[in-house]
Design a protein around this ligand. Sequence first.
Ligand SMILES: NC(=O)c1ccc[n+]([C@@H]2O[C@H](COP(=O)([O-])OP(=O)(O)OC[C@H]3O[C@@H](n4cnc5c(N)ncnc54)[C@H](OP(=O)(O)O)[C@@H]3O)[C@@H](O)[C@H]2O)c1
Length: 291
Amino acid sequence: MYSATCPARGDGCLLIGMTILVLGATGKTGSRLVQTLRAGGSAVRPASRSGEVRFDWSAPDTWGPAVDGVRAVYLLAPQDPASAEIFVKQAVQAGVSRFVALSGREIDQFPSQYFQGMRAAEQAVRDSGAEWTIIRPNNFSQNFSAPEIWGGPLMSGELALPMDATPEPFIDTQDIADVAAVVLTSDGHHGQVYDLSGPRAISFASAVATIAAVTGRSMRFVECSPSEYRASLLEVGASEGDAEELNALYAGMRSGLYTVPADGVQRVLGREPIDFETFAARAAEAGAWSA
Ligand SMILES: NC(=O)c1ccc[n+]([C@@H]2O[C@H](COP(=O)([O-])OP(=O)(O)OC[C@H]3O[C@@H](n4cnc5c(N)ncnc54)[C@H](OP(=O)(O)O)[C@@H]3O)[C@@H](O)[C@H]2O)c1
């Protein structure tokens, strides 16, 4: 970890060339990464469309100021895969020497038309000539508290997905942030692809039952068919392409692609990942399901 700090402005003013750019800094992993890096004394530049520093994938004029004076980048995949390579090249030209790309577990196992943003981000950092590390997490525990993912349906009492009892070791985003912080600030991770998961695979029904128990709320999980799921997505405005990609994701999950726990958290952090019960207790305490 860096030991130097930048008390005056907190944005690398005394640490030009040591600042870490965190993309998606207001999101589930980025927000925790910013906190973790700052707690460790790093100079951080948190960036997104609405964050401390403006960065917008659809506005390339925001990219240059974001990477100016930056040494390392936490890279969230863009929607448009073509942007990944252009941005990474520009960042390297500006002096960035290390990338950590957030990707997804087993993306190589899916047909190539899916997850193109994450594939492009992976390829861009591999081809960058800089140091790179790819982290490939399972589905996040925090999806269950994110209103726009599974948290909203849970608050209405029922989460319906095209998912059977096949279990998954959901990962806490704090573990992803902790891994990313270590990889961004220490040597020895160049060229590594880390699969990250929680410690134990549980079914969606079991995950929902755990949250219902800690919150005292009535919540249930229901398995729906892929076509019912597609219809529900289209009803809330999703595109055909997004609905197809999400259905492909759940088909992969049903086939057991995501079931076996991975050891990336243990390899990088030397500790066990956070279990789902701890996630649920902490999120409930923080008011995730109390609105
Ligand atoms: N959820 C999962 O279970 C899971 C599992 C594996 C991989 N992933 C991958 O993780 C990534 C998402 O990471 P996350 O969950 O940490 O983030 P998130 O919570 O989904 O938040 C998205 C972040 O990106 C920013 N953003 C959105 N559109 C942007 C744009 N056009 N330009 C610049 N920034 C933009 C948002 O901030 P602003 O709104 O301020 O711009 C926000 O900080 C995705 O690539 C996803 O595929 C997710």
